[in-house]
Design a protein around this ligand. Sequence first.
Ligand SMILES: NC(=O)c1ccc[n+]([C@@H]2O[C@H](COP(=O)([O-])OP(=O)(O)OC[C@H]3O[C@@H](n4cnc5c(N)ncnc54)[C@H](OP(=O)(O)O)[C@@H]3O)[C@@H](O)[C@H]2O)c1
Length: 298
Amino acid sequence: MSAAAGVGPSGPVAVLGAGGIMGLPIARNLARAGFEVRAWNRSPAKAKQLAADGVILADTPAEAADGAGVVLTMLADADAVLAAADGEHGALSAPDMPRVWVQMSTIGEAGTDSCADLARRRGIGFVDAPVLGTRQPADEGKLVVLASGPAELREPLRPLFDAVGQRTLWVGEAGAGSRLKLVTNTWVLLVVEGAAEAIALAEGLGLDPALLFEAVRGGTLDLPYLQIKGKAMTERNFEPSFSLTMAAKDAGLVADAAARNGLELPVVDAVRQRLEQGAREHGGKDFSATYLTSAPAR
Ligand SMILES: NC(=O)c1ccc[n+]([C@@H]2O[C@H](COP(=O)([O-])OP(=O)(O)OC[C@H]3O[C@@H](n4cnc5c(N)ncnc54)[C@H](OP(=O)(O)O)[C@@H]3O)[C@@H](O)[C@H]2O)c1
């Protein structure tokens, strides 16, 4: 019996984007928690390994979603999400389409509004649920889910969110989760760009950047994230957990939200330009590779 049986959006879960850094472990963890999972990915080969966990691989979003209780989107950006939901062979064209859409990709304020409008027009419940955490927390089912949407879906969705995350924060009406995600991403992006420039400066001044980590060690300025991403920068090991392309996209989403709400955030604008510049050359690398844009020539 499915772990979700007997409650609200019961039945299979269709995971769209099931071959991505985030989508793959989310689909796997749902299957391992007892959900019946159908998976679709644009490049099918990337999701193939899910079959070992009993996940059924579908050729189109509509095929994955047909008869499912929930459709879960974890795709790169708003265009990809809207196409998978409403494009040709989209999930919402399934003959027996899901009653609930859980949207977990990072798509910003305007993208989330478009999805919520679409869900309203098609008469399905919409839960905006972006996540905090990267490859390892996703693998371990330890994401933090920033959920927002109809109160009556909270309990029914608890088993689903518990399967992928260590904590779910319900923050209000649909859209609030994505707004909070923009806030947390602003913090992350500024920290990493700040680390990149501090390390580049140390090297440019002829200092060993390890002295930066040593100087702040154990004090209030020490930060696990500085240690992790700083190590990646000094070792030039940019195996992607969160790609520079996605980080540049997310900085753009923050800048768009600031503009929509009449805010001036010049540091975000500068970081966005820096990330976009890095992404043109190193887009598939981890976003700590933004350091390469500032690094002094060796
Ligand atoms: N990685 C992280 O640390 C992290 C953390 C929190 C949130 N997020 C967010 O989670 C989402 C997924 O990120 P990710 O890191 O998993 O990225 P990823 O590994 O690059 O995966 C992106 C997914 O989107 C699909 N996709 C991209 N463009 C598409 C299109 N035009 N049509 C259909 N499918 C398309 C990809 O399909 P293909 O396999 O065919 O390319 C893949 O399934 C993003 O919104 C990201 O900002 C990521």
